[in-house]
Design a protein around this ligand. Structure first.
Ligand code: AMP
Ligand code: ZN
Ligand code: FE
Ligand code: FE
Length: 288
C-alpha cells in the first residue's frame, strides 16, 4: 500500500518530514507523498529521509483553488521544488494566508477569546500558518475541547470567525504545477459542493479541459461507492488515479497514515501508469 496525500509540520501536520517518512516505513508503506499546503520547504528533508531508509518519497504540494463548487484543492506531484518561479508563486499564496490570519484573530477576540497572532504563529514553527494552528491554540486555552469543535464552532466556512482567503482559479493552479514539471490532481472530490453525480462529472470535465492529469479516487472520507464511481470517471477522462489519507498527525487524530479512518487501502499498482505517463522510473526519483 501507499499514501499519496500527507501533511508535515511544515504546513499543518504535526510530524516533521523525517518523522513522517519513518512512520510510513513503520507502517510498511511502499511509497509516501508529502503534500503540504502552499509550501515545499519540507521536501528536501523528506526526500533525504526516504533515501536514507530506502523508501520511495514523492515530492508534492496542495494548492487551494476557487471553483463554482467552493474551494477545490489541487495536488501537484513530481514538481521541481527548486524552481525559483514556482517557489515565488507559493510564497505569494502564503502571503494571502498572512493577510487573512490576523483577521481571524480579530474575530476570535471579538467573540471573547483572548489570543494573539504570535501564539498562533508559534504553533506553525518555521512552516505555513493554517487554521488547524488556530484550533490548537483554542484547544490549549480551553475554549473548545477538540480541533473539530474549533472548526465546527468558529473556523469552518460560514462560522463566526471564518475569513476567506484569496485563491487561484483551478486553471491557474494547474498551470503553476505544469510549469514546475508536475502532474496536477483533483483532491478529495467528496468536498466539492455539487448537486449530484452528473454535476460532479460536468465539473471534472471542466477541470480536465484546463489540463488536469489525475484524480484522487481513494481518500479517507470516500465511500466504496464514490471511489468506484471516481475510478470510472478516471477511465472516462483518461485521468491518472491517486489516493491518500490526508494525514495531519495530532491535528486530525481520527485519520491515520496509510489507513485513514481504518479501512483505506491505496494500491501500489497506481504507480505504474503514473510512471508510464512521466516516462521514467520512480525508483530513481531524487526529487524529480
Ligand atoms: P487553511 O489552509 O488555513 O484554510 O486551513 C485548511 C485546513 O484546515 C485543511 O487542510 C484542513 O486540515 C483543515 N480544515 C478545513 N476545514 C475543516 C473542517 N470543516 N473540519 C476540520 N478541519 C478542517
Ligand atoms: Zn491541512
Ligand atoms: Fe485538501
Ligand atoms: Fe490535504
Amino acid at each position: 500500500m501507499i499514501d499519496l496525500h500527507t501533511h508535515t509540520s511544515i504546513s499543518d501536520g504535526t510530524l516533521s518530514p523525517t518523522e513522517l517518512v519513518r512512520a510510513a516505513q513503520e507502517k510498511h508503506l511502499e511509497a509516501v507523498a508529502v503534500t503540504d499546503h502552499d509550501i515545499v520547504d519540507g521536501l528536501p528533508e523528506a526526500l533525504a529521509a526516504g533515501r536514507e531508509i530506502g523508501l520511495l518519497v514523492i515530492p508534492g504540494v496542495e494548492i487551494s483553488a476557487d471553483s463554482r463548487a467552493g474551494s477545490m484543492h489541487i495536488l501537484g506531484y513530481f514538481i521541481d521544488y527548486r524552481d525559483a518561479s514556482f517557489r515565488r508563486a507559493l510564497q505569494q499564496l502564503r502571503q494571502y494566508r498572512n493577510e487573512r490570519n490576523p483577521k481571524i484573530v480579530a474575530k476570535l477576540n471579538q467573540l471573547g477569546m483572548a489570543l494573539s497572532y504570535e501564539e498562533v504563529k508559534a504553533k506553525a514553527g518555521r512552516g505555513a500558518v493554517g487554521r488547524p494552528h488556530f484550533a490548537q491554540v483554542l484547544v490549549e486555552k480551553g475554549y473548545v475541547r477538540s480541533t473539530q469543535e474549533a472548526f465546527d464552532k468558529y473556523l469552518k466556512a460560514g462560522a463566526p470567525a471564518y475569513v476567506d482567503k484569496k485563491r487561484l482559479a483551478p486553471a491557474e493552479a494547474i498551470e503553476l504545477i505544469h510549469r514546475a514539471g508536475g502532474l496536477a490532481v483533483m483532491a478529495h472530490p467528496v468536498r466539492l459542493k455539487v448537486r449530484d453525480e452528473q454535476d460532479l462529472a460536468a465539473l471534472i470535465q471542466e477541470v480536465v479541459d484546463c489540463g488536469l492529469d489525475g484524480i484522487e479516487a481513494y481518500y479517507s472520507d470516500h465511500s466504496r461507492e464514490l471511489t468506484r464511481w471516481l475510478l470510472d470517471m478516471a477511465r472516462r477522462f483518461d485521468l491518472l488515479v491517486f489516493g491518500g489519507s490526508d494525514f495531519h498527525g495530532d491535528h486530525k487524530p481520527h485519520i491515520d497514515l496509510g489507513v485513514g479512518r481504518g479501512d483505506l487501502a491505496v494500491p501500489v499498482e497506481l504507480l505504474k501508469p503514473i510512471e508510464r505517463r512521466l516516462g521514467r522510473s520512480l525508483g530513481d526519483v531524487d526529487g524529480r
